[in-house]
Design a protein around this ligand. Structure first.
Ligand SMILES: [Zn+2]
Length: 319
């Protein structure tokens, strides 16, 4: 169970703030999620949108190392959640469609605006709100960090959540993201077989980078958000932490001392549902820039990604 404060108050259910990390994958969101989760009152839950598929159904490993259904933390959170009369089949369907699928997003976006399906979408968000509330109830944390990054989820959450939703838009150089996506990486949360994280072509990676970052900018438009560049974060994490602190406007919370001057964080266990395999790293974790793409990425591939993503890459990195 969580070693942070554990104040349950059933009569007056908590109203947590949702700190939602949006953007493209492989951009350092797992690391930032876990680092913020080190702060008292902050809860790092990884990519919560996968709780029903990768968690409950597939029983993949929680960030603590236990199989999801054997993790005490999730057992008690889900026990609190189940008292709110939820339908697991509905939630699993919702995870695959409404909040998880970019391909179906235009359909649900239109349905939400013009058709009666609106109620279903609101119910999906209500079910996640109940889950956030159960986490807050069980842990006493008032800020839940969700690094789901899904555009549809972020969009509907901002629109229908009964809680305050604040965004961190995480951006990393498109060439670094593509290089990372093209390396073979074992998914260590799967223990009954060897499975690799999917690799993609430079074309597809560039398109995903462009669309996910562009849509993240649209979703966060006129909403509370802060943009964090991966390169800034890993080179000077304390400056990023200070910026997040100012953004959240929580002067009573201490953001100092999470990283040493040598950029080492003392990372404790977090019960993250899904995310980069680095979420299993605990103890002394060095935060450092991974820019191997500069030397190891084939020149033509580098040029192609630069060409395809140039306008947005220039926009993010020349300001
Ligand atoms: Zn766990």
């Amino acid at each position: 169970m969580n070693n942070k404060s554990n104040s349950k108050n059933v009569a007056d259910p908590p109203r947590p703030v949702i700190l939602y990390i949006i953007g493209e994958g492989r951009s350092g969101s797992t690391l930032l999620d876990m680092l913020l989760g080190q702060i008292s009152g902050f809860e790092s839950v990884g990519e919560l949108r996968f709780v029903w598929s990768r968690g409950k159904r597939d029983n993949q490993r929680c960030g603590c190392g236990a199989a999801f259904n054997a993790c005490d933390y999730w057992q008690s959170v889900l026990a609190a959640y189940e008292t709110m009369n939820h339908d697991l089949a509905f939630e699993q369907l919702a995870e695959r469609t409404v909040i998880g699928s970019m391909n179906k997003f235009p359909f649900f976006y239109m349905a939400d605006r013009f058709f009666p399906a609106k109620k279903d979408i609101q119910n999906v968000i209500k079910s996640y709100d109940d889950l956030y509330q159960s986490i807050s109830c069980e842990t006493g944390s008032t800020i839940i960090i969700d690094s789901s990054k899904s555009i549809p989820f972020g969009y509907f959450l901002a629109k229908y959540s009964r809680f305050d939703v604040k965004f961190i838009h995480m951006v990393r150089d498109s060439r670094a993201v593509t290089f990372s996506r093209q390396k073979k990486k074992i998914r260590s949360e799967i223990t009954d077989r060897v499975e690799y994280m999917p690799t993609v072509s430079s074309w597809k990676s560039s398109f995903k980078w462009l669309s996910n970052n562009f849509l993240s900018s649209i979703v966060t438009l006129k909403r509370p958000y802060i943009r964090v560049l991966y390169e800034d974060f890993v080179c000077k994490p304390q400056i990023t932490l200070n910026a997040v602190s100012e953004f959240l406007d929580v002067p009573q919370v201490k953001f100092e001392g999470l990283v040493t001057e040598d950029n080492v964080a003392q990372m404790s266990v977090h019960h993250t549902v899904s995310g980069n395999p680095s979420r299993f790293n605990t103890g002394d974790v060095e935060i450092r820039l991974d820019d191997r793409w500069r030397k190891e990425m084939p020149v033509m591939r580098k040029r192609l990604v630069t060409f395809l993503t140039w306008p947005l890459l220039k926009y993010y990195y020349t300001k």
